[in-house]
Design a protein around this ligand. Structure first.
Ligand code: ADP
Length: 395
């Protein structure tokens, strides 16, 4: 199979795509259709020369949006489609070839991801109607974390809530944690190392990976648990919901909205969820921005320290995601809180990282945990898993 794989990440109002070629030296065509469902949907993509193009699509549905995406692929035709699916519940522990039964199972899991799985399914329906002959593969955000042992995935709740309603910790960002921990193994010459991975973007999560398997992670039943994120609170006292309902009269919808969309870096700073803007404001003495970055970093360090309990041996920490890859300040503030790990940041290397490149940022002292910055490549990993499932050699 020498043809590229089309990777689709379908949201309710957007479709992100990447046409991933078989070899890394061929250009990858990427882009997104945004504002689906409105009268002014728009395709924005990058062509093989690296130039950005846009095209107004008007009032289109998912099928027409995909047709527009195909027209922007410069005549390339995919040999398979890989779909990013947010929630695979307990059934899906690996990438899976999509058929009617798999679609029904993803539908059944929608209660656990009501915002994401129905939108992912729209993408599957559209691509199946457009490419009835092409193999389609579902790659789940939760699948990599299905190796968590019960002590890590169970909440201390009545057993029936787990047994009858699937209430447990699932974890997300699995494709990213799998991708960067595998790269850390390869870069360090340590097949099956013990890694703490920190995916820090708008959504943020940590994972403990040992011998290529996730043993614990910071997100839980939903992607709200764990770290402070752009607009999500991360961990709060579980008594908070009842307190807000009783004392402020807030509805469940209001509580959900505040914790998911008005909290995190945005809520703490009162300014923005964008780390670049927060760093600039903190440099000018903005107290809210300074506090937001401090809480953000402290909670990452605390989560890494907690997750280290899952690892028989700690070989190193991997930073990834928009913030993890690009913010020397956040990396320094996190590592400064972990002297008991024996990690030593090499400050010049930390400052000199280049966007999109892998870098080692510790002092390279023997017998100390390593610090890596590794750009995540979720689309590449989804394409690789799709090829592997179809019996082809990944890139
Ligand atoms: P998403 O989770 O939506 O994919 P990204 O992984 O792109 O998000 O991460 C977005 C975050 O990365 C934003 O907070 C943005 O400010 C931050 N970021 C990007 N570049 C930098 C930079 N040079 N310095 C600090 N933060 C950055």
């Amino acid at each position: 199979m020498n043809d590229p794989v089309l990777v689709i990440n379908c949201g309710s109002s957007s479709i992100k795509y990447a046409l991933v070629p078989t070899t890394a030296n061929q250009p990858r065509l990427t882009g997104l259709v945004e504002r689906l469902g409105s009268s002014d949907a728009r395709l924005k993509g990058v062509d093989s020369r690296g130039d950005v193009f846009t095209s107004d699509l008007g009032d289109v549905g998912h099928v027409q949006a995909l047709k527009a995406i195909l027209e922007g692929l410069e005549g390339h035709r995919p040999s398979a489609v890989g779909h990013r699916i947010v929630h695979g519940g307990e059934r899906f522990t690996r990438a899976t070839l999509i058929d009617d039964d798999v679609v029904a199972a993803i539908e059944q899991t929608s209660a656990l991801a009501p915002l994401h799985n129905p939108a992912n399914l729209q993408g599957i329906a559209a691509t199946r109607s457009l490419f009835p002959a092409l193999p389609q593969v579902a790659v789940f955000d939760t699948a990599f974390h299905q190796s968590l042992p019960p002590r890590a995935y169970r909440y201390a709740l009545p057993e029936s809530l787990y047994r009858d309603h699937g209430i447990r910790r699932y974890g997300f960002h699995g494709t990213s944690h799998a991708c960067v921990s595998a790269r850390a193994d390869a870069l360090s010459g340590l097949p099956g190392g013990g890694w703490l991975t920190a995916h820090l973007g708008n959504g943020c999560s940590t994972a403990a990976v040992w011998e290529g398997r996730s043993l614990d992670t910071s997100m839980g039943l939903t992607p709200l648990e764990g770290l402070v994120m752009g607009t999500r609170s991360g961990d709060v006292d579980p008594g908070l919901h009842a307190h807000l309902a009783r004392h402020l009269g807030w509805s469940l919808e209001r509580i959900d909205e505040v914790l998911n969309r008005e909290s995190g870096l945005l809520g703490l700073s009162g300014l923005t969820n964008d780390m670049r803007e927060l760093e600039a404001a903190a440099d000018k003495g903005h107290a809210g921005a300074t506090l937001a970055i401090e809480v953000f970093c402290y909670r990452i360090a605390k989560s890494l320290a907690a997750l280290s309990c899952a690892l028989p041996r700690l070989d190193g920490i991997v930073f990834t995601g928009g913030i993890g890859e690009n913010s020397p300040r956040v990396r320094r503030q996190v590592v400064d809180l972990l002297p008991h790990f024996g990690v030593e940041l090499e400050h010049n290397a930390n400052l000199a990282t280049v966007r999109g490149r892998e870098a080692r940022i510790d002092t390279q002292t023997p017998n100390r945990p390593v610090l890596w910055v590794i750009p995540t490549d979720e689309e590449g990993r989804i394409a690789d898993e799709t090829r592997k499932l179809l019996g082809d050699t990944p890139r």
